[in-house]
Design a binder for this molecule. Structure first.
Ligand SMILES: Nc1ncnc2c1ncn2[C@@H]1O[C@H](COP(=O)(O)OP(=O)(O)OP(=O)(O)O)[C@@H](O)[C@H]1O
Ligand SMILES: [Mg+2]
Length: 262
Protein backbone atom coordinates (compact mmCIF):
# COMPACT_ATOMS: atom_id res chain seq x y z
CA UNK A 1 0.00 0.00 0.00
CA UNK A 2 1.38 3.40 -0.81
CA UNK A 3 0.85 6.27 1.51
CA UNK A 4 -0.54 9.25 -0.30
CA UNK A 5 0.00 12.68 1.08
CA UNK A 6 -2.58 14.65 -0.80
CA UNK A 7 -1.19 18.07 -1.32
CA UNK A 8 -3.20 19.31 -4.24
CA UNK A 9 -0.93 20.53 -6.96
CA UNK A 10 -1.13 20.85 -10.67
CA UNK A 11 -0.30 18.76 -12.05
CA UNK A 12 14.65 12.49 -20.03
CA UNK A 13 21.24 9.16 -16.83
CA UNK A 14 23.79 11.37 -16.49
CA UNK A 15 26.37 9.24 -14.84
CA UNK A 16 29.79 10.78 -14.60
CA UNK A 17 30.15 11.19 -18.32
CA UNK A 18 27.21 9.49 -19.91
CA UNK A 19 28.34 7.11 -22.62
CA UNK A 20 24.92 7.48 -24.14
CA UNK A 21 25.48 11.15 -24.76
CA UNK A 22 26.33 10.16 -28.32
CA UNK A 23 22.68 9.77 -29.05
CA UNK A 24 21.40 12.49 -26.77
CA UNK A 25 19.26 15.22 -28.08
CA UNK A 26 19.11 14.26 -31.73
CA UNK A 27 16.12 16.49 -31.99
CA UNK A 28 16.73 18.80 -29.12
CA UNK A 29 14.01 21.09 -27.89
CA UNK A 30 15.15 23.36 -25.15
CA UNK A 31 13.11 23.01 -22.03
CA UNK A 32 9.59 22.12 -22.82
CA UNK A 33 8.48 24.61 -20.29
CA UNK A 34 4.93 24.62 -21.44
CA UNK A 35 4.64 20.97 -22.24
CA UNK A 36 1.63 19.71 -20.35
CA UNK A 37 1.72 16.21 -19.06
CA UNK A 38 -1.36 14.27 -20.00
CA UNK A 39 -3.35 13.99 -16.87
CA UNK A 40 -3.75 10.44 -15.73
CA UNK A 41 -1.27 9.02 -18.25
CA UNK A 42 0.99 6.40 -16.68
CA UNK A 43 4.63 7.09 -17.56
CA UNK A 44 6.25 4.47 -15.31
CA UNK A 45 4.51 1.13 -15.20
CA UNK A 46 6.05 -1.80 -13.33
CA UNK A 47 4.19 -5.06 -13.22
CA UNK A 48 5.27 -8.01 -11.04
CA UNK A 49 8.89 -6.97 -11.40
CA UNK A 50 11.59 -9.07 -9.76
CA UNK A 51 15.31 -8.43 -9.65
CA UNK A 52 17.64 -11.16 -8.51
CA UNK A 53 21.39 -10.75 -8.17
CA UNK A 54 23.76 -13.68 -7.85
CA UNK A 55 26.67 -13.73 -5.47
CA UNK A 56 28.43 -16.76 -6.83
CA UNK A 57 25.64 -19.30 -7.01
CA UNK A 58 23.74 -17.66 -4.18
CA UNK A 59 20.66 -15.78 -5.47
CA UNK A 60 19.60 -12.57 -3.77
CA UNK A 61 16.11 -11.41 -4.69
CA UNK A 62 16.09 -7.67 -4.20
CA UNK A 63 12.80 -6.75 -5.85
CA UNK A 64 10.12 -9.28 -5.27
CA UNK A 65 7.09 -9.00 -7.55
CA UNK A 66 6.82 -5.26 -7.37
CA UNK A 67 4.06 -3.38 -9.17
CA UNK A 68 3.97 0.37 -9.45
CA UNK A 69 2.29 3.00 -11.62
CA UNK A 70 3.48 6.60 -11.70
CA UNK A 71 1.62 9.29 -13.59
CA UNK A 72 3.24 11.70 -15.98
CA UNK A 73 4.05 14.94 -14.17
CA UNK A 74 4.14 13.36 -10.71
CA UNK A 75 6.71 14.13 -8.02
CA UNK A 76 7.03 10.98 -5.95
CA UNK A 77 9.27 10.09 -3.05
CA UNK A 78 10.49 6.58 -2.33
CA UNK A 79 11.61 5.68 1.18
CA UNK A 80 12.72 2.49 2.83
CA UNK A 81 15.49 0.93 4.89
CA UNK A 82 19.02 0.56 3.59
CA UNK A 83 19.25 -2.47 1.35
CA UNK A 84 15.52 -2.55 0.60
CA UNK A 85 16.13 -2.15 -3.14
CA UNK A 86 15.49 1.55 -3.72
CA UNK A 87 18.55 2.16 -5.90
CA UNK A 88 17.94 -1.13 -7.68
CA UNK A 89 14.44 0.06 -8.56
CA UNK A 90 15.70 3.46 -9.77
CA UNK A 91 18.30 1.75 -11.95
CA UNK A 92 15.59 -0.33 -13.63
CA UNK A 93 13.42 2.71 -14.25
CA UNK A 94 16.43 4.59 -15.64
CA UNK A 95 17.23 1.74 -18.02
CA UNK A 96 20.61 1.07 -16.40
CA UNK A 97 19.59 -2.49 -15.70
CA UNK A 98 16.85 -4.93 -16.74
CA UNK A 99 14.33 -6.80 -14.59
CA UNK A 100 14.87 -10.51 -13.98
CA UNK A 101 11.17 -11.08 -14.58
CA UNK A 102 8.01 -9.03 -14.88
CA UNK A 103 7.55 -5.98 -17.04
CA UNK A 104 8.88 -2.47 -16.64
CA UNK A 105 7.51 0.05 -19.10
CA UNK A 106 8.93 3.57 -18.94
CA UNK A 107 7.80 6.33 -21.31
CA UNK A 108 6.30 3.63 -23.51
CA UNK A 109 9.50 1.56 -23.67
CA UNK A 110 9.76 -2.01 -22.39
CA UNK A 111 13.02 -1.89 -20.43
CA UNK A 112 13.51 -5.66 -20.43
CA UNK A 113 13.09 -5.94 -24.20
CA UNK A 114 15.67 -3.36 -25.24
CA UNK A 115 19.24 -3.98 -26.41
CA UNK A 116 22.08 -2.11 -24.75
CA UNK A 117 22.11 0.38 -27.62
CA UNK A 118 18.38 0.91 -27.40
CA UNK A 119 18.65 1.42 -23.67
CA UNK A 120 21.35 4.04 -24.25
CA UNK A 121 19.07 5.90 -26.65
CA UNK A 122 16.19 5.59 -24.24
CA UNK A 123 18.26 7.08 -21.43
CA UNK A 124 19.58 9.87 -23.59
CA UNK A 125 16.07 10.84 -24.54
CA UNK A 126 14.15 10.32 -21.35
CA UNK A 127 16.27 10.10 -18.22
CA UNK A 128 18.13 12.60 -16.07
CA UNK A 129 19.92 10.95 -13.12
CA UNK A 130 20.84 12.89 -9.99
CA UNK A 131 23.00 11.22 -7.34
CA UNK A 132 23.89 11.92 -3.75
CA UNK A 133 27.49 12.50 -4.80
CA UNK A 134 27.71 15.11 -7.49
CA UNK A 135 30.28 13.33 -9.66
CA UNK A 136 31.57 16.52 -11.23
CA UNK A 137 34.86 16.57 -13.10
CA UNK A 138 37.21 18.65 -10.96
CA UNK A 139 39.24 19.96 -13.90
CA UNK A 140 36.21 21.31 -15.74
CA UNK A 141 34.21 24.45 -15.02
CA UNK A 142 30.52 24.33 -14.17
CA UNK A 143 29.64 25.13 -17.77
CA UNK A 144 31.99 22.47 -19.13
CA UNK A 145 30.62 19.87 -16.71
CA UNK A 146 27.08 20.61 -17.86
CA UNK A 147 28.12 20.49 -21.52
CA UNK A 148 29.61 17.02 -21.13
CA UNK A 149 26.47 15.02 -21.97
CA UNK A 150 26.15 17.04 -25.18
CA UNK A 151 29.75 16.61 -26.32
CA UNK A 152 29.09 13.59 -28.48
CA UNK A 153 25.90 14.89 -30.04
CA UNK A 154 25.77 16.61 -33.40
CA UNK A 155 25.13 19.94 -31.72
CA UNK A 156 27.53 22.74 -32.58
CA UNK A 157 29.87 24.09 -29.92
CA UNK A 158 27.87 27.30 -29.76
CA UNK A 159 24.61 25.41 -29.31
CA UNK A 160 26.11 23.21 -26.59
CA UNK A 161 27.32 26.24 -24.74
CA UNK A 162 23.96 27.91 -25.04
CA UNK A 163 22.17 24.89 -23.67
CA UNK A 164 24.60 24.44 -20.81
CA UNK A 165 24.12 28.08 -19.89
CA UNK A 166 20.35 27.76 -20.06
CA UNK A 167 20.47 24.74 -17.75
CA UNK A 168 22.76 26.60 -15.32
CA UNK A 169 20.41 29.56 -15.34
CA UNK A 170 17.46 27.29 -14.58
CA UNK A 171 19.36 25.97 -11.56
CA UNK A 172 20.28 29.47 -10.38
CA UNK A 173 23.98 29.38 -11.21
CA UNK A 174 24.21 32.13 -13.79
CA UNK A 175 26.97 33.72 -11.73
CA UNK A 176 28.98 30.55 -11.27
CA UNK A 177 29.40 29.25 -14.82
CA UNK A 178 33.16 29.63 -14.91
CA UNK A 179 33.75 28.28 -11.42
CA UNK A 180 35.45 24.95 -10.83
CA UNK A 181 33.79 22.43 -8.50
CA UNK A 182 36.32 23.19 -5.72
CA UNK A 183 35.15 26.81 -5.82
CA UNK A 184 31.53 25.83 -5.19
CA UNK A 185 29.59 24.86 -2.09
CA UNK A 186 28.03 21.40 -1.87
CA UNK A 187 24.61 22.84 -2.69
CA UNK A 188 26.02 24.64 -5.72
CA UNK A 189 27.82 21.49 -6.86
CA UNK A 190 24.52 19.65 -6.70
CA UNK A 191 22.93 22.42 -8.77
CA UNK A 192 25.62 21.89 -11.42
CA UNK A 193 24.86 18.16 -11.33
CA UNK A 194 21.16 18.93 -11.74
CA UNK A 195 21.91 21.27 -14.65
CA UNK A 196 23.90 18.39 -16.23
CA UNK A 197 20.93 16.07 -15.64
CA UNK A 198 18.48 18.40 -17.41
CA UNK A 199 20.67 19.74 -20.22
CA UNK A 200 19.30 17.17 -22.67
CA UNK A 201 15.74 17.95 -21.60
CA UNK A 202 14.77 14.54 -20.26
CA UNK A 203 11.20 13.46 -19.52
CA UNK A 204 11.94 11.89 -16.14
CA UNK A 205 14.30 12.88 -13.33
CA UNK A 206 15.48 9.99 -11.23
CA UNK A 207 17.08 11.20 -7.99
CA UNK A 208 18.93 8.90 -5.59
CA UNK A 209 19.19 10.71 -2.25
CA UNK A 210 19.84 14.06 -3.91
CA UNK A 211 20.07 15.92 -0.60
CA UNK A 212 21.88 13.21 1.35
CA UNK A 213 25.16 15.16 1.63
CA UNK A 214 23.69 18.59 2.24
CA UNK A 215 22.83 20.67 5.29
CA UNK A 216 19.19 21.57 5.90
CA UNK A 217 19.24 24.93 4.14
CA UNK A 218 21.05 23.66 1.04
CA UNK A 219 18.82 20.57 1.01
CA UNK A 220 15.73 22.77 1.11
CA UNK A 221 17.07 24.87 -1.76
CA UNK A 222 17.64 21.74 -3.85
CA UNK A 223 14.14 20.51 -3.02
CA UNK A 224 12.76 23.88 -4.08
CA UNK A 225 14.62 23.52 -7.38
CA UNK A 226 13.25 20.01 -7.93
CA UNK A 227 9.75 21.35 -7.22
CA UNK A 228 10.30 24.06 -9.83
CA UNK A 229 11.46 21.46 -12.37
CA UNK A 230 8.32 19.49 -11.62
CA UNK A 231 5.80 22.34 -11.61
CA UNK A 232 7.23 24.76 -14.18
CA UNK A 233 9.12 22.38 -16.45
CA UNK A 234 6.74 19.43 -16.13
CA UNK A 235 9.40 16.88 -15.29
CA UNK A 236 8.19 13.66 -13.76
CA UNK A 237 10.33 13.11 -10.66
CA UNK A 238 11.05 9.99 -8.65
CA UNK A 239 13.23 10.72 -5.64
CA UNK A 240 14.71 8.25 -3.18
CA UNK A 241 15.25 9.85 0.19
CA UNK A 242 15.83 9.01 3.84
CA UNK A 243 14.75 12.50 4.84
CA UNK A 244 11.08 12.87 5.86
CA UNK A 245 11.27 16.62 5.18
CA UNK A 246 12.37 15.89 1.62
CA UNK A 247 9.59 13.36 1.15
CA UNK A 248 7.16 16.07 2.31
CA UNK A 249 7.90 17.97 -0.91
CA UNK A 250 6.61 15.12 -3.02
CA UNK A 251 2.96 14.64 -3.77
CA UNK A 252 3.12 10.92 -3.10
CA UNK A 253 5.43 8.96 -0.79
CA UNK A 254 5.91 5.24 -1.26
CA UNK A 255 7.66 2.86 1.10
CA UNK A 256 9.77 -0.05 -0.05
CA UNK A 257 10.54 -2.87 2.33
CA UNK A 258 12.25 -6.14 1.51
CA UNK A 259 11.70 -5.70 -2.20
CA UNK A 260 7.99 -4.92 -1.94
CA UNK A 261 6.02 -1.70 -1.78
CA UNK A 262 4.10 -1.44 1.45
N1 LIG B 1 24.82 -5.24 -8.94
C1 LIG B 1 24.58 -5.89 -7.80
N2 LIG B 1 25.08 -7.14 -7.59
C2 LIG B 1 24.82 -7.82 -6.45
N3 LIG B 1 24.05 -7.35 -5.44
C3 LIG B 1 23.54 -6.11 -5.58
C4 LIG B 1 23.77 -5.32 -6.76
N4 LIG B 1 23.12 -4.15 -6.61
C5 LIG B 1 22.51 -4.19 -5.41
N5 LIG B 1 22.75 -5.37 -4.79
C6 LIG B 1 22.22 -5.78 -3.47
O1 LIG B 1 20.84 -5.53 -3.49
C7 LIG B 1 20.38 -5.06 -2.22
C8 LIG B 1 19.64 -3.76 -2.40
O2 LIG B 1 20.54 -2.75 -2.80
P1 LIG B 1 20.09 -1.28 -3.13
O3 LIG B 1 21.33 -0.54 -3.49
O4 LIG B 1 19.00 -1.29 -4.12
O5 LIG B 1 19.51 -0.80 -1.70
P2 LIG B 1 19.00 0.64 -1.25
O6 LIG B 1 17.60 0.49 -0.81
O7 LIG B 1 19.27 1.62 -2.32
O8 LIG B 1 19.91 0.92 0.02
P3 LIG B 1 20.56 2.29 0.55
O9 LIG B 1 19.46 3.03 1.26
O10 LIG B 1 21.64 1.85 1.50
O11 LIG B 1 21.11 3.05 -0.62
C9 LIG B 1 21.63 -4.97 -1.34
O12 LIG B 1 21.67 -6.10 -0.53
C10 LIG B 1 22.76 -4.94 -2.34
O13 LIG B 1 23.93 -5.53 -1.79
MG1 LIG C 1 20.58 3.25 -2.51
Amino acid sequence: MSTETTKERESDPNRDVPPDAAVAADEPKPYRKNASPEKGKTIIDMSAVTKTFFRGKEPLTVLDGLSLAIEEGAFEALMGPSGSGKSTLLNLIAGLDRPTSGKATVAGHDIGAMSDGELAKFRARHIGFIFQSYNLMPVLTARENVELPLLLTKLSGAERKKRAETALRVTGLENRMDHYPRQLSGGQEQRVAIARAIVHDPTILVCDEPTGDLDRKSADDILELLTKLNVDFKKTILMVTHDPAAAERATVTRHLNKGKLE
